[in-house]
Design a protein around this ligand. Structure first.
Ligand code: ATP
Ligand code: MG
Length: 614
C-alpha cells in the first residue's frame, strides 16, 4: 500500500520549507527552481497577479510597497501592539487596522488579513509538494515558533485553512527540529534547541529517549531575529549616508529596499569573511543630473558591535528559562543550532560560551524544522500494527489565566505545563439575578492582567435568576496538543452546558473566513484561465512562427502542388487572423483559429518536405 501523502511545512519568517517522509526517511521537497527553501514573500503585481516566493523576491525593489515579507511577525497581532507599530516604521508596505483591531496589510487598494497572506505562502508550499507527488496533497503539519501565543497559533491555523490544507497539527519549531535530530537514531539525551531564524527566537529543552520526545521547558521572543540584525545595518548605512550627503534614504522606498537587500547580503557574507563592501551605485538621484552612490565597508567586528545586544537578549532568555525550569547547564548533553542566523560566528561563540560546550552542527539549520514536521505528520497519519514509533510531549509557553478583581491576573495553567492539559475554575454571580458573567482570558507573565495578551472575553449568558453567589458555573480551560485554548462552561447545579459568547478577539470571523476562501477559489479559477490563455497564445505564436519560417520555401512551389494557388492566400489569412487574436488576447478567437493554423503548418511542412526543405 502506498503511503498517504502528508507533508510538513516550516512556515518561516524569511524562508519556508516543505518535507515529506518516504520509505521511512524524511526528505525535503525542492521547488520548481530546485531550491530547498522558498522565500516567504508575497507580492501583488501591477496586473493584479499574486506572486509568491523567488518571483516575488526578485521584483521587490521595483514594487516594494506591494511586496510583503516577514508577515509572520504580524500574524495574530493587534494593530495597536507595540511591535506592529515598530514594524510600521520599518516595512515599506502599508499596515492598517482590521475590523477586530487586528493588524492588516493594504496592497494596491485591497486590505489583506495576515492569515490570508501567510496562506499564499502555504499554498505555494502545497503546490511545490503537489508538483512533486503529481497529485493533490491536503494533510499537513505546520510549524510555529514555540513562544507563539494562542492568537498567533489560531491565526496560523486559519492560514492553513485558507490555503486549502487540513492542518492536522501545529507543532513548535524547536520541537520539530529535535524530532528530526533524534528520530530513529537511538538518541538518549537531554538537549537544548537554540533556534534563531529571520523573525523569531526560541529555546527549548527536551529529553529524548526511545522515541519519546518530552519538552521540559521553552522560552523565546517572537520579535527577535535576522530581520532585526538587517535593520541595524540599514540604520547604520542610512545614518552614515545622511551625515555625508545630508539626505535621508528612508524617504525613498526603492532605495530602502536596496539597502535592506544589501544589508542582509553583507551580514551573510560576514559569517565567512572579516570584512565586506556594501556597494550601491545610483542609490539616489539628487534632482540634478547627478546621482549619489553608496559605498561602505562593513567589518565583522562592527556588525558584532551593532548587534551584540540582540545576541545578548537570546542568551538572557536561555538563562531565565533554565533557571525557571531548574535545569542545570551541565545536565545538557547537546545544544542544537537551528535557523539561518546561527551561522553567524558571534552567535555560535555566545552559545558555546554560555552553555559551556561546542554546539552540535549535524543538523541542517534551514531544513531540520520541516523535516521534523514531516516526521510528525507521518506519525499522526500512520495506522496499523507496529506504529506509532514516536511520542511527542510538548508544553505551553505562557501562563494561561483570567482577570480577577482589582485587575489582577490569576494563573490557571502555568507555562511549561505539558499539553494537552486543562484546568477548571468556579465562577459565581456577584449580584442578585445576575444573568451573565464575563470571563477575561489572558496569556502572559505579568501579575497585572492588562499587561498580558488578551485571548478573548467569554460571556456566560442565560444564567438562572437567583440570589448572588448561589449560581456556580464550572469553567474549563483546555489547551490542545496544538497549544490552542478552548473554553467551556457547565452549570454546577444542573450540569447543563452553559453557552459562551466570545468577544474581543482578533480572530477572523467564520463569515470572513468563508468569504476569503470563496474569493481565493474565484481567484484560482481566474489564474487558471489566465494560464490556459497563456498556453493557447504560446501555441499559436509557435505555429505562426513555423508557417512564416516555411513561407519563403513554400511560396514558389505551392501553386504547383495539390493545394493550388489559393492555398497560399488562405494560409496568409489564417496567419493574420491568428496574429489579431494574439494581439487581442482573445481566448475564443485563439481557440477558434487553432485547427486551421495546425492544418496550415502540416500542409506547409508537407510541401516543404516534397522539395526537400522541411
Ligand atoms: N550565513 C549566514 N550568516 C548570517 N545570517 C544568515 C546566514 N544565512 C542565513 N542567515 C539569516 O537567517 C535568517 C533566516 O533564517 P531562517 O530561514 O532559519 O529563518 P525563518 O525560519 O524564515 O524564520 P523564523 O524561524 O524566525 O520564522 C535571515 O535573517 C538570514 O539573513
Ligand atoms: Mg525558522
Amino acid at each position: 500500500m502506498s503511503e498517504e501523502r502528508v507533508i510538513g511545512i516550516d512556515l518561516g519568517t524569511t524562508n519556508s520549507c516543505v518535507a515529506t517522509v518516504e520509505g521511512g526517511v524524511p526528505k525535503v521537497i525542492a521547488n520548481r527552481g530546485s531550491y530547498k527553501t522558498t522565500p516567504s514573500i508575497v507580492a501583488i503585481a501591477e496586473s493584479g497577479r499574486r506572486l509568491v516566493g523567488h518571483i516575488a523576491k526578485r521584483q521587490a525593489i521595483t514594487n516594494a510597497q506591494n511586496t510583503v515579507y516577514a508577515a509572520k511577525r504580524l500574524i495574530g497581532r493587534k494593530y495597536a501592539h507595540p511591535v506592529v507599530q515598530q514594524a510600521r516604521q520599518v516595512y515599506p508596505y502599508k499596515l492598517v487596522e482590521g475590523p477586530t483591531g487586528d493588524a492588516r496589510i493594504e496592497l494596491r487598494d485591497k486590505v489583506y488579513s495576515v492569515p490570508e497572506l501567510s496562506a499564499m505562502v502555504l499554498g505555494e508550499m502545497k503546490k511545490v509538494a503537489e508538483e512533486y507527488f503529481g497529485g493533490p496533497v491536503e494533510k499537513a503539519v505546520v510549524t510555529i515558533p514555540a513562544y507563539f501565543n494562542d492568537g498567533q497559533r489560531q491565526a496560523t491555523k486559519d492560514a492553513g485553512k485558507i490555503a486549502g490544507l487540513d492542518v492536522i497539527r501545529i507543532i513548535n519549531e524547536p520541537t520539530a527540529a529535535a524530532l528530526a535530530y533524534g528520530y530513529k537514531k537511538n538518541v538518549k539525551k537531554r538537549v537544548a534547541v537554540f533556534d534563531l531564524g529571520g523573525g523569531t527566537f526560541d529555546i527549548s529543552v527536551l529529553d529524548i529517549q526511545d522515541g519519546v520526545f518530552e519538552v521540559l521547558a521553552t522560552a523565546g521572543d517572537t520579535y527577535l531575529g535576522g530581520e532585526d540584525f538587517d535593520q541595524r545595518i540599514v540604520e547604520w548605512l542610512v545614518f552614515g549616508f545622511a551625515k555625508e550627503h545630508k539626505v535621508d534614504l528612508r524617504t525613498d522606498v526603492m532605495a530602502l529596499q536596496r539597502l535592506r537587500d544589501a544589508a542582509e547580503k553583507g551580514k551573510m557574507e560576514l559569517s565567512v569573511t572579516a570584512s565586506t563592501e556594501i556597494n550601491l551605485p545610483f542609490i539616489m538621484s539628487t534632482g540634478k543630473s547627478d546621482a549619489l552612490h553608496l559605498q561602505r565597508t562593513l567589518t565583522r567586528e562592527k556588525l558584532e558591535e551593532m548587534c551584540g545586544d540582540l545576541i545578548e537578549r537570546c542568551i538572557e532568555i536561555c538563562d531565565r528559562m533554565l533557571k525557571e525550569a531548574k535545569i542545570r547547564k551541565d545536565e545538557l548533553q547537546d545544544v542544537i543550532l537551528v535557523g539561518g542566523m546561527t551561522r553567524m560566528p558571534k552567535v555560535q561563540e555566545s552559545v558555546r560560551a554560555y552553555f559551556g560546550m561546542e554546539p552540535s552542527k549535524n543538523v541542517h539549520p534551514d531544513e531540520v524544522v520541516a523535516l521534523g514536521a514531516a516526521v510528525q505528520a507521518a506519525a499522526l497519519t500512520k495506522s496499523g500494527p507496529g506504529q506509532p514509533d514516536l511520542l511527542l510531549l510538548d508544553v505551553t509557553p505562557h501562563n494561561l489565566g483570567i482577570m480577577i478583581a482589582g485587575g489582577y491576573f490569576n494563573t490557571l495553567i502555568p507555562a511549561n505545563s505539558t499539553v494537552p492539559t486543562s484546568a477548571s475554575h468556579v465562577f459565581t454571580t456577584t449580584r442578585d439575578d445576575q444573568t451573565a458573567v464575563k470571563i477575561v482570558v489572558l496569556q502572559g507573565d505579568s501579575e497585572i492582567a492588562s499587561a498580558n495578551e488578551l485571548l478573548g472575553e467569554f460571556l456566560l449568558t442565560g444564567l438562572p435568576h437567583a440570589p448572588r453567589g448561589s449560581v456556580e458555573i464550572d469553567v474549563t480551560f483546555d489547551i490542545s496538543p496544538d497549544g490552542i485554548v478552548a473554553v467551556s462552561a457547565r452549570d454546577r447545579a444542573t450540569g447543563a452546558e452553559q453557552s459562551i459568547q466570545v468577544t474581543a478577539t482578533n480572530k477572523l470571523s467564520e463569515d470572513e473566513m468563508k468569504n476569503i476562501i470563496k474569493e481565493n477559489e474565484a481567484f484560482a479559477v481566474a489564474e487558471k484561465s489566465q494560464e490556459a490563455l497563456g498556453e493557447l497564445r504560446t501555441q499559436t505564436e509557435r505555429a505562426v512562427r513555423e508557417i512564416e519560417r516555411l513561407m519563403p520555401v513554400v511560396r514558389d512551389v505551392i501553386g504547383a502542388s495539390d493545394f493550388g494557388d489559393d492555398a497560399l492566400k488562405k494560409a496568409q489569412q489564417v496567419v493574420e487572423r491568428a496574429k489579431r487574436a494574439i494581439a487581442m488576447q482573445d481566448a475564443e478567437s485563439l481557440k477558434g483559429g487553432r485547427e486551421q493554423l495546425e492544418r496550415t503548418v502540416v500542409m506547409f511542412k508537407g510541401v516543404a518536405a516534397k522539395v526537400g526543405k522541411a
